[in-house]
Design a protein around this ligand. Structure first.
Ligand code: C2E
Ligand code: CA
Ligand code: CA
Ligand code: CA
Length: 277
């Protein structure tokens, strides 16, 4: 029993050492990655499912490492956020988005581009001046920009967030509630924050199966949004059945593998050239 106790103690010690050693290591390499501009935007097309036209895209970050490998955000986004690197990473992305899309978006003024923000961005007004500076002299107009805020984690100070959102909207940019239905937010949250767009999380789109004629969460989110004059976007659409249901019940826009995965800039720009109208 004594031997076993020592063994377990040693294992626990090793476990915690590994955790405490890993964090700073990953932090350093994310910081290096930002310095080397290895975080790049991929662009997932968003389709207006009522008329079939391209409506724009969502920016999804990818880490393109020096060896050419592409890493998905699931592997680094939480660490970036926890270690205070969320804002510099977003700044880098926004600059790249302005570069990538300027020429093409000035030719297609109806296209929008949605960028994911972190809760940290709602601590102060910095994000508003940053948006102004980054996009003010670019070919991407403020009214083409959408900023997504997730409902997954609660915002710390709703009144402050409301004030920051109002300043963003005064510039002409729109704000979307991301992952709607997954959080604690609901109706009060939407009303308090004054969002323009609601994005129904993939979890609920997955609940749409063949032959079903009502999907309670999707339906109630849609009704709530329509009552507040918001645009509704469904994410993670993979099947014809899902698309058919969403279209039939009056959802405005959708994104998902049924149309396209997140694409590198060049591939998205080719699509805009072909479909942008
Ligand atoms: P999200 O904002 O909900 O983005 C949608 C995720 O679903 C993306 O994963 C996208 O690639 C994936 N997806 C899209 N269509 C389909 C589909 O039809 N089937 C399936 N299975 N998946 C689909 P991704 O790119 O791995 O991003 C994961 C999450 O990481 C995002 O979820 C978002 O919360 C976060 N994220 C990604 N990029 C950024 C960023 O630049 N800033 C911030 N703050 N968060 C980001
Ligand atoms: Ca999003
Ligand atoms: Ca989303
Ligand atoms: Ca989601």
């Amino acid at each position: 029993i004594n031997g076993l106790g020592i063994l377990i103690g040693a294992l626990i010690l090793i476990f915690f050492m590994r955790i405490s050693l890993r964090k700073p290591g990953q932090y350093d390499s994310i910081e290096q990655g930002i310095k080397r501009k290895e975080f790049i935007p991929y662009y997932q097309p968003i389709i207006d499912i009522q008329n079939g036209r391209l409506a724009g895209c969502e920016v999804l970050v990818r880490w393109r490492k020096a060896d050419g490998s592409i890493v998905s955000p699931g592997h680094f986004i939480d660490i970036a956020e926890a270690s205070g690197l969320a804002r510099p990473m977003t700044s880098l992305l926004m600059e790249k988005v302005a570069q990538d899309l300027s020429v093409s978006y000035s030719r297609h003024p109806h296209l929008k581009v949605a960028i994911n923000l972190f809760n940290r961005h709602f601590d102060d007004l910095g994000i508003v001046s940053e948006i102004e500076q980054t996009f003010g002299n670019s070919g991407v107009r403020f009214n083409q920009l959408v900023f997504e805020i997730t409902e997954r984690q609660p915002l710390e100070n709703l009144d402050r967030a409301r004030a920051i959102i109002a300043r963003m909207q005064k510039l002409g940019v729109r704000v979307a509630l991301d992952d709607a239905g997954t959080g604690h937010g609901g109706f009060a949250y939407l009303q308090k924050l004054g969002m323009n767009i609601i994005k129904i999380d993939k979890l609920f789109v997955d609940a749409i199966t063949s032959g079903c004629d009502s999907v309670p969460i999707v339906d109630s989110l849609r009704q709530m949004a329509k009552g507040m004059d918001m645009v509704v976007v469904a994410e993670g659409v993979e099947t014809e059945e899902q698309l058919d249901y969403l279209r039939r019940t009056g959802i405005d826009e959708a994104q998902g593998y049924i149309f396209a995965p997140p694409l590198p800039a060049r591939a998205y720009l080719e699509l805009v050239g072909a479909l942008g109208g």
